[in-house]
Design a protein around this ligand. Sequence first.
Ligand code: FAD
Length: 496
Amino acid sequence: MTSKPHINVVWLKRDLRLQDNEAIANALKSGKPTLLLYVFEHLLLNDNHYSDRHFNFIKESIRDINEQLKSYNSKVLTVTSDIQTAFNLIQTFYKIDTIFSHVETGILVTYNRDKELSRYCRNNLITWKESKNNGVERGLLNRENWLEQWEDYMNQPLEDFTPNVNQLLSIEDISLLESVLTVTDLDTPENTKFQKGGTTTAWKYANSFFESRYKDYMFNISKPEASRTSCSRLSPYISWGNISVRQVFQKGQDLKKTSKSKRHISGFLSRLRWQAHFIQKFEMEHTMENASVNKGYHKLKKSISIQYQKAWREGQTGFPLVDASMRCLVETGYVNFRMRAMLVSFFTHILWQPWQHASEHLSQQFLDFEPGIHFPQLQMQAGETGINNLRIYNPTLNGLKHDPDAEFIKKWVPELAHLDIPFIHEPYLMTELEQGLYDFKLGHDYPHPIVDIKENRIRASDILWNMKQDPDVVKESIRILKRHTLKDRSRLLKSD
Ligand SMILES: Cc1cc2nc3c(=O)[nH]c(=O)nc-3n(C[C@H](O)[C@H](O)[C@H](O)COP(=O)(O)OP(=O)(O)OC[C@H]3O[C@@H](n4cnc5c(N)ncnc54)[C@H](O)[C@@H]3O)c2cc1C
């Protein structure tokens, strides 16, 4: 009997790129024949945090990699399967020596899958080597020296993609594997309003940002319309790994040396630190997916309103900036940080609904869904960490300040577009006579506000401020600060 050829496998997940990909670089350094694999796993296809927009983004990213692999006569083996089934079927043709991947700071189902895969690897004499993902560390007990280590990592040389001749499995070899696996169709809908996946597009965004768009970054970061071009818009590319944080960080640092707009580039670089900071927190507190990190808040009970939640999801709350933000997010997969925070604050404070009920809807809509940012941000904006300032966003004031000409609201709530600007921000202030003059009927053309915002704001503020003094909340806050606060917190926040 002839023995099977030995190969290494790179298991791609949220690292969909060839350059500066440590998992790929390490596999290639081994000198062995290498297969690049992506598995659309049933456990994620069936998970309510994910939606088609994510899967299409992944498919576009893989198509982009495949274009680059043409000159090597190779491609990514892309299948729909459970991970162990995929490895079992590959092993009918090959003996897998080592699986290379990046550590995944994911949701509970992927964490459990990884534990099972570890067992599988042990039983099948496969080595599984995981690389650090964007500077996030596994197994940390506190944040002593964390920022220094992150910065060291960010300043290390980038990993080049340099396979030896014929080192990557050929298209013909991969066809053989495809004959026993369920191949995923990589076609995606054309002309959507979502950012297109893939490293090529990622660099178009990065280059245009570093060439000119960054110059108004800090001026426009909170404005719902202008931020769409002044912010980098790199988040989906970073979240799905089309580009590494290190690649972006190094570009930004280089630019800072010569740029006259240092404040803006520095503000941007500090957000890259936050990216890792939040993911590191989630890595060390994985129960945050379902429950507040501060256990003192577990006793906070809110009454569920299906009607309020539906109005929020559909952008029909009667508060124009809230509705515009939600409609924009649903249609384009993106709103800026402030509008995200306001959507969560409105849901958890003004509608007084549990943040857990906002989680899946939002993660499905955010094209850049990153569990390590999503869950900590939800809890922070809901005011349930005990260590952050409570911020209850006033949608009207935010509209007047950050969308003064109502450009954003007019675009996404067109039924208000013909009103004068003050009424666009507060249509509920219109008298019957004024409604008649504008041929506009509140309750018919646009909903009445679904709640009394002033009353609800006071209720939320009273309850949450009082809870901050609760002994269980205080005890947990001390624990959280000990575990997650950096030695020199100001450095995380500093704009270089
Ligand atoms: C409730 C809520 C949920 C969020 N969920 C996600 C998510 O799933 N994925 C995600 O990438 N971001 C998330 N964010 C953070 C932030 O809103 C987005 O990263 C940012 O709006 C993306 O736009 P940009 O790429 O133009 O960012 P830029 O302002 O250009 O920033 C550059 C990069 O820094 C990182 N970044 C920026 N702001 C933050 C922040 N506040 N916290 C952590 N990292 C940051 C992102 O990787 C971003 O691409 C969330 C924020 C809130 C309030």
